[in-house]
Design a protein around this ligand. Sequence first.
Ligand code: GEK
Length: 247
Amino acid sequence: MSDASYRDAIFSTPLDRVAQFSFDERVVACFPDMIRRSVPGYGQILGMLGLIAARHLRHGAHVYDLGCSLGAGGLALAGTLPPDAFRYTGVDLSPAMAVQARQTLATECPAHDMEVIEGDIREIDYRSSGMVVLNFTLQFLAPAERDAVIGKLFQALEPGGVLILSEKIVAEDEAENAWLVERYHDFKRANGYSELEISQKRTALENVLVPDTLAGHHERLARAGFSRAHTWFQFLNFASLIAFKDA
Ligand code: GEK
């Protein structure tokens, strides 16, 4: 295994002032371990990508994976679909992530048409696409920037195209939200994170990851022009939606 298999111990020692979270080389090295242990349902959502694409993607169409990190979305699609089924572009703002994703996809799925570009999903010129995967990335944009990005993705999608949007969410009801967050911290404890790691990561993500409500996501998708959207997955305070552009 490569460096990417290191265990996440980023928040395991007391830090005087907990820095804001960023996707640097340290995070890249332990990213697969970190995301698996800290995002409930991560593997199940990835596992469904190929099945959803098999049903909704026009043969040979283009797929975006925005905020692709190490290319897990691309690996999941290539693991289910044959090389002629789709063309893939992963996009990530972090140079360290993009370099590693490019290398992994070239090694693991050489017959598939896979590219990874280092870029900002707020700024790139989108090409026409049959499917856009936005797995746990929109949440890192400032709330005021989210509408514009979803609007661009709607424009980029072909008629009949789909957007998969997976996010950490906040429940509207305060008591419900408190319960979900407490059980989420139980989930992290059960996955080996200490109290210190949980609290320091929480501080580091404050103001970096500002979650929306499920209703907020549905309203934004409708504003962008999507005629229909379903919440197809929820595990504690993490959810995935599929939005359809009319054919
Ligand atoms: C996965 N989808 O493994 N433009 C491009 N990338 C960005 C931007 C931006 N403006 N902001 C943040 N990122 C992945 C998991 S991780 C989720 C996504 C997490 C990138 C950032 O560099 C990081 O790689 C990714 O979005 C978020 O299925 O770490 O919780």
